[in-house]
Design a protein around this ligand. Structure first.
Ligand SMILES: [Zn+2]
Length: 225
């Protein structure tokens, strides 16, 4: 019988939680699947040896985890928390929220129209960068100093969208081309709101709920399909 348990290990800069299984194998086996680290090792191998092995592989494990998200939590993105204070976030919200709110429908329509353009799956850019710049530059949001995003489509299978705050890049999965307008709306909303709030904290969810009260239902429906 296999003996499997969740274990936590302290390593540089934080900790690692992994699923550990002892079985009749000769070597330590390491896999990262659906955002979970799975380790199996020979029954008689001391746990200290397993942990030393994981610490040795820290860089590799962290890279592997960064490229995956648990499928049960999709749609997801790889947004890193912004280094900054909530005071800064509040000031930003106060300055940009009203104008963002006013133009939000146009933002979402622009992105959705691009998604429905012929064969977005065949072009990496989806919308020509010059056209994007032209669009964002005429918005009050950008005229007052808001960050203009660059939107692209990518063949991503593990997430519906991603946003890199430092560069303002927003990427959508080409898999969305087969999804309904409702599904699209949820993913577009999620990524656009990241222009106002990085991370998935209180501010982010407050804004998302305000723009799209049905976002949680929509998200659950998209995951279920
Ligand atoms: Zn997000």
């Amino acid at each position: 019988m296999e003996n499997s348990a969740r274990r936590t290990l302290a390593w540089e800069g934080g900790q690692l939680t992994y699923r550990f299984t002892q079985k009749a194998v000769k070597n330590i086996n390491l896999r990262v699947t659906n955002g979970e680290v799975r380790v199996s090792a020979p029954r008689r191998l001391p746990i200290a040896r397993v942990e030393a092995f994981l610490i040795e592989k820290q860089d590799w494990i962290q890279k592997a985890l960064a490229h995956q998200v648990p499928t049960r939590q999709a749609p997801q993105d790889t947004l890193a928390p912004k280094p900054g204070t909530s005071e800064e976030e509040k000031a930003f919200e106060k300055a940009f929220l009203p104008v963002f709110e006013e133009e939000y429908a146009a933002f979402a329509a622009f992105v959705a129209a691009a998604a429905k353009a012929p064969c977005p799956a065949l072009t990496r850019a989806g919308i020509a960068p010059a056209r994007q710049t032209a669009f964002w530059q005429q918005t009050a949001y950008v005229k007052r100093g808001g960050r203009a995003p660059q939107i692209a489509f990518r063949a991503m299978t593990s997430r519906w969208g991603s946003c890199t705050p430092a560069s303002g890049r927003i990427r959508f999965s080409t898999m969305l081309a087969q999804k309904s307008e409702e599904d699209w709306r949820g993913v577009i909303d999620h990524e656009l709101i990241h222009l106002l709030a990085t991370g998935h904290g209180k501010l982010f969810h407050a804004l998302l709920d305000a723009f799209d009260p049905a976002n949680r239902t929509r998200r659950r429906a998209l995951i279920a399909r």
